[in-house]
Design a binder for this molecule. Structure first.
Ligand SMILES: NC(=O)c1ccc[n+]([C@@H]2O[C@H](COP(=O)([O-])OP(=O)(O)OC[C@H]3O[C@@H](n4cnc5c(N)ncnc54)[C@H](OP(=O)(O)O)[C@@H]3O)[C@@H](O)[C@H]2O)c1
Length: 268
């Protein structure tokens, strides 16, 4: 079934905005959802909508609005999210919960809002933007790594549950991408403690991760992968864009956990 109408969450910036632009350039009508409800460059086939994925009712209403206007919804790109930085020691439970609220439960609310329409149509495509950190944990990003690992598990369970329904699910695991993600990252209270035993290490670590992100892939690279999946008859269950990150994914599976953590500890 050809994709004619798509919802992209987190469509106001970065990967979501690049995806919305690319899909629209290929004739797909895109609803780009975000809290801001804006789109960088006005494009006729991209309709910005205001939707906070933390709000179940707003999410349900946004999907209803698309169905009313278009009579169909063929695909959803579950992309809205942000990062959090800080040591696990001293992180407030509320800070950890907030990370799960948007990145995990927001994704779940989006998927659950789309599934009834996909079911009644007998087709639908779900693409979940995870991260290489779904399979590779980094120090001081323990909650972001955890939430992206949980999202990958959700995606793969969902993929099995939907088999034979006409609805498909695919997870994309990007490495570093230069977007608004770096600037939007939240910092835990513990990460700001001048007496933190991790202070010096965090300063070095943060410099490296910000440098890597800002020098990372263009978001269009990920948008291309999304588009490629939407055009495939059978979507891939798990996609790691770019050969170097694919290699990292392979090595992570091959080396013992202790060796993996020692290497990461040296690099980060
Ligand atoms: N950049 C990277 O290196 C990287 C790597 C791997 C995976 N990712 C993942 O890629 C996805 C997109 O991130 P990005 O890199 O494109 O960052 P970005 O430029 O900061 O974009 C994040 C998008 O999410 C939206 N958003 C955040 N909270 C939201 C909420 N509660 N409800 C609705 N929309 C919300 C933001 O819009 P508003 O602020 O207007 O709501 C924005 O459009 C995220 O899931 C991120 O974890 C990023």
């Amino acid at each position: 079934m050809e994709v004619k109408v798509a919802l992209v969450t987190g469509g106001s910036s970065g990967i979501g905005a690049a995806t919305a632009r690319l899909l629209a350039a290929h004739g797909i009508k895109v609803y780009a959802a975000s809290r801001r409800g804006t789109f960088q460059t006005p494009t006729p086939d991209v309709i910005p909508i205001s939707m906070d994925v933390n709000d179940a009712e707003a999410t349900r209403l946004a999907v209803a609005q698309i169905l009313q206007a278009e009579g169909r919804l063929d695909a959803v790109v579950v992309n809205a999210g942000s990062g959090i930085y800080g040591p696990i020691e001293g992180t407030l439970e509320e800070e950890a919960r907030q990370q799960f609220e948007t990145n995990y439960f927001g994704a779940l609310k989006t998927i659950q809002a789309c599934l009834p329409a996909f079911r009644s149509q007998g087709h639908g495509r779900i693409i979940i933007i995870c991260s290489v950190m779904s399979i590779l944990q980094l120090p001081f990003q323990g909650f972001y790594s955890s939430v992206k690992a949980a999202l990958l598990s959700l995606s793969e369970s969902l993929s099995m549950e939907l088999k034979g329904s006409g609805i498909q699910c695919s997870a994309i695991l990007p490495g570093d991408v230069a977007t608004g993600f770096t600037g939007a990252r939240k910092f835990t209270v513990a990460s700001q403690d001048p007496a933190s035993p991790y202070k010096e290490w965090m300063e070095k670590n943060l410099k490296k991760i910000e440098h890597d992100e800002l020098g990372g892939m263009r978001p269009e690279v990920i948008a291309k992968q999304v588009f490629r999946q939407l055009r495939k008859k059978n979507m891939s269950v798990r996609v790691i864009p770019r050969a170097d990150y694919k290699l990292v994914g392979f090595l992570v599976r091959m080396v013992p956990a202790r060796v993996k953590l020692s290497i990461i500890r040296i690099l980060y």
